[in-house]
Ligand binder design. Structure first.
Ligand SMILES: Nc1ncnc2c1ncn2[C@@H]1O[C@H](COP(=O)(O)OP(=O)(O)OP(=O)(O)O)[C@@H](O)[C@H]1O
Length: 314
């Protein structure tokens, strides 16, 4: 568990971060969201002491991080940045193995782990193991960056706009891949982003910052349906609820089949995103759809299901 207590950072006379109190729960992904210059990156970098706080405390599992050597602290905390920072003279496998090698882990075990991680991030090990960073596309390099951060198996992962430099299609794919990885590995992740969709899509929780301070901390649902201020409402925008629907399959909203009522005639696949299901309801002028999986009805969905404050996240 990472706790920030009255954390602050001053640069000269101005505060980049001010009186920040926040707990990042274990096994969850928290998105640090906010407009440019609000202090997201400064906050992230104070967690692994790439930036030293001017005041307050960061506690990792109850321990004040100032009591730890920065190098020792960083060994237990993965760090992924937008510019990836792969070593150009090392191949993909060597890049991924950097930290395990530094820690003196067994070579053969590391090689197996590298292949496993490349698989996990969707890169075929045989194709990519020996490539140099210069031979990779932006999306492939970002995947290697994620694999490298996971290689040391750190319980905590800090990510600064990790998918920022990608085109929308590659970003969507990598976000999906990362969400699947996170469901399995359950790391404690803090991810800086200024992309609202990304925060709502990937965040178990969102910490919305404004001018160095915390504006609201809650689930995506809390921010959308229970904003604490006009700033939150305006930052998320009128279509925040639609954005949230866009990031989730309709299956998460559907009601169980009751056996007694006839099935609605219009059907959609369970993997369709909930925003598109809403569009089908509008287009068809109907108030309920059948949801199918592989041609079999598995539930139904109507306006009210989509309008509720959103499903529980698995
Ligand atoms: N080394 C520094 N020296 C002086 N001011 C700094 C320094 N680093 C950051 N700042 C200032 O601190 C504030 C917060 O910066 P930070 O990079 O944390 O914001 P951010 O929310 O991550 O922004 P962005 O989304 O644009 O990356 C900004 O006003 C920035 O100009």
């Amino acid at each position: 568990m990472i706790e920030l207590h009255h954390l602050e950072k001053r640069f000269g006379d101005s505060f980049a971060v001010q009186d920040l109190n926040l707990t990042f729960p274990d096994g969850e992904l928290t998105a640090l969201l906010g407009p440019s210059g609000c202090g997201k990156t400064t906050t992230l970098r104070m967690i692994n002491r790439l930036i030293e706080p001017s005041g307050g405390q960061v506690r990792l599992n109850g321990q004040d991080t100032r009591a730890l050597k920065p190098e020792a602290l960083r060994r237990g905390i993965g760090y992924v940045i937008q510019q990836v920072g792969l070593f150009p003279h090392l191949n993909v496998a060597q890049n991924v193995a950097t930290v395990p090698d530094l820690l003196g882990r067994d070579r053969r075990a590391t090689a197996a782990r590298v292949d496993e991680l490349l698989d996990l991030v969707g890169l075929d090990p045989d194709t990519f193991r020996h490539k140099r960073p210069g031979e990779l596309s932006g999306g492939q390099a970002q995947r290697v960056g994620v694999a490298r951060a996971l290689a040391a198996d750190p319980p905590v992962l800090l990510m600064d706009e990790p998918f920022g430099a990608l085109d929308p299609l590659a970003r969507d794919r990598l976000q999906d891949a990362f969400r699947d990885i996170q469901r399995r590995l359950r790391k404690t992740v803090v991810m800086v982003t200024h992309d609202i969709d990304e925060a709502l899509r990937l965040g178990d929780r969102v910490a919305l910052m404004n001018a160095g301070r915390l504006e609201q901390f809650g689930t995506p649902d809390d921010l959308i349906h229970r904003p604490v201020s006009d700033f939150v409402r305006q930052f998320l925008g009128e279509d925040a609820a639609l954005r949230q629907l866009a990031g989730q399959p309709v299956s998460r909203f559907m009601a169980a089949l009751d056996g007694a009522s006839p099935l609605p005639p219009v059907a959609v696949e369970d993997t369709l995103n909930a925003r598109s299901a809403l569009a089908v309801l509008l287009r068809e002028g109907t108030d309920r759809l059948t949801v199918t999986r592989g041609g079999q009805a598995v539930g139904t969905v109507g306006w009210a299901d989509l309008r509720t404050s959103g499903p529980e996240r698995p």
